[in-house]
Ligand binder design. Structure first.
Ligand SMILES: C[S@@+](CC[C@H](N)C(=O)[O-])C[C@H]1O[C@@H](n2cnc3c(N)ncnc32)[C@H](O)[C@@H]1O
Length: 319
């Protein structure tokens, strides 16, 4: 009992900064000297790389079908909410039922009961990644003892300074409520300006991401990727939340880089972005003109096939 309480207290202390909870004895800092930027590559290079990869995903016929999984989910939502409106049910009840129907649809697609062979299409997208970027990555068992899952380069070689992965999840401004989502949640990433990204693909976090994405849909076109909530990703880059912290044996080979997706980002490619705002509006701007925070993992050196990705959960930028 005492041991259980002590474990709970240990998790409680660190739950808002879960990366600090790991491996305290072996922790290593990524230190960015005064005057230098935290950015490993420029924003222009980062955006160019993402756009190039997303364009390739989009241009392959079968991949369009795969990205249509999002579309199917949204369409089901529209038909359902139309019916609900006709029945003149309360708004709250609409939302709940609509959500449940969408979840059922989503799960059946994932279980492959729908006519979409997502396993084959996921593998194809990995091949596109290899062709366009020269490497592919996948979530695998970590090399670390008790490290759970990690992310490995499963094909090709990652050059230095490449966008390797994206950190998916719901974006919370520093003043937005994240308490319940944060309990026992080791996937909450804290940006330098205090913005949080909840990359947990299970439980309440999953429900919040889904409902936020449905809320923000513009017309019938999907604007966010939902498939990172499953093991069959439209965008194979969206596994950044599974990258483990570096250790003495495995020094960091990737670093987090924060980036803003602005209005200039091609609308047709937004369906590959694995992030959504928790709130529909910010303090200053309307949703349609609001930037979207994206966190990318950038390689710090060449990374060979078979190597696991390791980041630094502790980054200090000296001011
Ligand atoms: C963001 S998650 C990374 C994915 C995680 N490995 C999993 O399977 O879900 C962070 C958690 O991974 C584990 N982890 C990360 N780096 C580690 C390390 N160097 N040694 C041991 N465990 C680590 C810890 O349990 C930590 O709370």
């Amino acid at each position: 009992m005492l041991k259980k309480l002590a474990t709970m207290w240990h998790q409680y202390k660190y739950r808002f900064v879960p990366w600090i909870a790991v491996n305290l004895r072996n922790r290593k800092l990524r230190s960015v000297p005064k005057g230098l930027s935290d950015k490993v590559i420029t924003d222009e290079v980062l955006q160019e790389c993402i756009v190039r990869f997303f364009t390739a995903l989009n241009s392959v016929n079968e991949c369009n079908r795969l990205s249509d999984i999002n579309q199917q989910i949204l369409e089901t939502g529209k038909h359902y909410s139309d019916n609900m409106r006709m029945n003149d049910l309360s708004k709250e009840s609409n939302c709940n039922k609509n959500d449940n129907l969408l979840l059922t649809k989503f799960e059946s697609i994932v279980k492959n009961e729908e006519n979409v062979d997502i396993t084959v299409l996921y593998k194809r997208n990995l091949k596109i990644m290899k062709t366009v970027l020269g490497f592919s990555i996948e979530r695998t068992a970590s090399y670390l003892k008790d490290g759970g899952y990690g992310v490995q380069v499963t094909d090709g070689t990652v050059p230095k300074g490449a966008v390797v992965a994206l950190y998916p999840g719901t974006i919370y401004e520093p003043f937005e409520p994240i308490f319940f989502q944060s309990l026992h949640n080791q996937f909450i990433f804290r940006c330098i300006d205090g913005v949080y990204i909840d990359g947990n693909d299970r439980g309440i976090s999953k429900m919040i991401y889904r409902s936020s994405a449905f809320r923000d849909r513009l017309s019938l076109e999907s604007t966010y990727d939902l498939t990172w909530l499953t093991q069959y990703l439209v965008n194979p880059m969206a596994v950044g939340q599974y990258v483990n912290n570096q250790s003495n044996e495995y020094p960091a080979n990737v670093a987090y880089q924060e980036f803003e997706i602005t209005n200039s980002f091609p609308h047709s490619l937004r369906k590959y972005l694995p992030n959504v705002h928790y709130s529909p509006y910010s303090m200053e701007s309307h949703m349609s003109e609001r930037n979207l925070r994206v966190v990318a993992l950038i390689s710090l050196r060449e990374i060979q096939k078979g190597e696991e990705l390791f980041s630094s959960y502790f980054t200090v930028v000296h001011s």
